[in-house]
Design a protein around this ligand. Sequence first.
Ligand code: PMP
Length: 350
Amino acid sequence: MSNQNNSVIDLIGNTPCVKIQRIAPDHVSMYVKLESANPGGSVKDRLAMNIIEQAEKDGSLKPGQTVVEATSGNTGIGLAMVCAAKGYPLVIVMAESFSIERRKLMRFLGAKVVLTPKEGKALGMIEKVRELVEQNGWFWAQQFENKANADIHEATTGAEIVRDFRETGLDYWVTGYGTGGTVAGVSRVLKREMPNTKIILSEPTNAGLIASGVKQERNADGTPSVTHPAWSPHLIQGWTPDFIADVLQEAVDKDYADVLVPADDQSSIQWSRRLAKEEGIFTGISGGASFAAAIETATSAPAGSTILAMLPDTGERYLSSMLFDGIDEWMSDEETAIAQSTPSGQFPTA
Ligand code: PMP
């Protein structure tokens, strides 16, 4: 079959699921869905494509109009890729606390990246976008409120999971949330087509917004009006901003999650590292977090259960973060010993 494509956009979606061979408990089958296989390297390519294409269809985005969005990174990279491919200028607003790689990637893809002070958190980014939209008449992608977000996960991510697990069955599907697009969209499909699959939703231990049961206060347009009281800072980039997004609210209102599992920063980092070292599967901190929740699920799952965890992006996006702490540039003693064990390639000694 030919693999000639018209546009990079045609490569979005249809990501592979891979079985865990070495680090899964023996009594279960564990799989991960590799969203890093999207051309922009993350799950957010899906919503970037759909937000732009729905806005083209309904006329809210005009040819050549500037697109603007507040994002912690992956949505910005997805939007930068889609806007570059379709010829729209793009401005991304991002808090200074997110990794340097993300800023550089977006600029490399032709976007402008405007930074906001970390003290303002996610709400500070949204406030900045609101001002820019009012002043310039730009098109605001609004990933946290836009219906096109969960809809694309219903049409693609969810449909792919049903296709790939209809025969083997799927007992547990594990995810975290940022906007909540993944959990809302996929849950619609699972509740309809595989109602016996348990939906496991994870959030950071120190940011249990849904676990708290406290309602999010929001403005008439769905944007949050205050930081959620249960939020505190965590290291799982892309997960759980300081509010319950309008898109995520559907999952809360309809009780999509059968179980809520907390994931802590350190075990998320440890499981991301183990996936890389022991399975050859390269994912970011949020992938480590959903895998940590999947391992926790496996512990109490009946023998023979099948579990699927979402891995939202690639570890390469975190080279300057905690994920790579302890990964040195220089040779370790062990590496030096290997280097010195044969004559060639020796460094002159001072
Ligand atoms: N992990 C990472 C690294 C992300 O960038 C995102 C999106 N912000 C998510 C997980 C969560 O996806 P969603 O927005 O669909 O809830």
